[in-house]
Ligand binder design. Sequence first.
Ligand code: BG6
Length: 488
Amino acid sequence: MSEVVQVAPFDFVIVGGTGDLTMRKLLPAFYQRFRAGQIPDNARIIGLARALMTPEQYRDKSEQALRGFLPPETLCETTLSAFLKLLDYVHLDATHAQADWSELISRLSDTSRIRVFYIATAPDLYTQAAESFYSQNLITQKSRIVLEKPIGTDLKSAEEINRNIARFFPEHAIFRIDHYLGKETVQNLLALRFANPMIERSWNCNTISHVQITAAETVGVGSRGPYYDVSGALRDMVQNHLLQVLAVITMEPPITFQASDLRNEKLKMLRALKPFTPEDVTENTVRARYIEGQINGEPVDGYLEDLGSRESDTETFVALRTEIRTPRWAGVPFYLRTGKRLPKKTSEIVVQFRPQPWPIFTKPPRPGRLVIRIQPDEGISFVVSAKDPDHDGFELREAALDVSFSDAFRTRYPDSYEHLLMDTVQGDPVMFIRRDEVVASWEWVEPILEGWQQGLRPLETYHAGNWGPASSGELLKRDGFSWHEDMD
Ligand code: BG6
């Protein structure tokens, strides 16, 4: 049974309160925590947006979204109607200091409560929104600000946002969210590595030959085209989610699990990543865009049709090969890959172990591998060689020791936003990105962006429903490896 400790009453202000993220992720996550008893009845969630709407209409809109997005088995009518009472709405453009702020100010009259400002908008509006809260005197001792990734679109804009937000909020009150860090399985990597000495002792270049990190999606860009086309997969997924996962699986054990210790260790890994030279950009990156194809047997359009444009230089698929310059990881390649309109939705880490140093079997076994499924079907598979019982002689066959966490623990797996929203209310920054981590990530990504701009790696295409272009497989083939789905 999980133990739930109720948080103190809070006012949670969402800039972009009618947007897709709020409806699809934030409100369902709040509902689940309310249902679990973690949110008190006198907490308030105040949506801010430019749409003219009464609080009543906002609750109706939210109710529809909740009915659509919540898993039906968690929808309880009594809980839903109690939860909707927490919701409020103020029609306000929060990036406009000259707008009429009186309604919001009157709603936030109790300055003793925890106050969270969640900016769920494009990053170029973060500063204006924070400045407005400041100039309206709304930032109290117990206030925090939550910024969605990506922080900026390159190193310069990220540093500018960091500098500007720091004018209004101290670093300990700034929560830069990367929802991958809220995923139960990403947090579980800490347990897997640091609570199991057997695993941690093999976690190095002597035992591990290479590591693959994949975040694959079947969806296309949908209605997010305008955002996505200026972002692309490198900024949207690699700079944040994939680098954070990489940092967690490679970092040294932190001295404690306190925010500063854990984040110091992640930062070291981000800084230890081998920088991309122009030659590396050509050799070790792949960028591509989906064209029409089939997903689950259904025909789907290409990116340009989805975008409604005839031109774009934006990638919806990236594959990279990198290395980490530390004694633990010397010479171990790390392959990162992400893409839209791939054959299935899966995020996983594959840790491939080295072969036996001396071949005592006539047909040497394939070295084992650990497959960590971040989603869906969160779990771990340890693929080992076993004696093949169907064979007369002594032949080997692969078998998987497989644990599905939801079966093992018989529990509902919370959405990543559930953890993270409650952490912001409790003021616990451990699973959020520190300012210097953002900078280190952009510093590593920047030469790739520059190289691509200089045409060092042309944009390729792949049919929707494939695992990206053939050159993605070549990245590994050159080193004698293959992507997980191609390992037979
Ligand atoms: C978001 C990206 O951060 O993560 C989206 O902006 C992407 O483009 C999403 O679809 C993937 O998240 P998840 O949790 O479904 O892997």
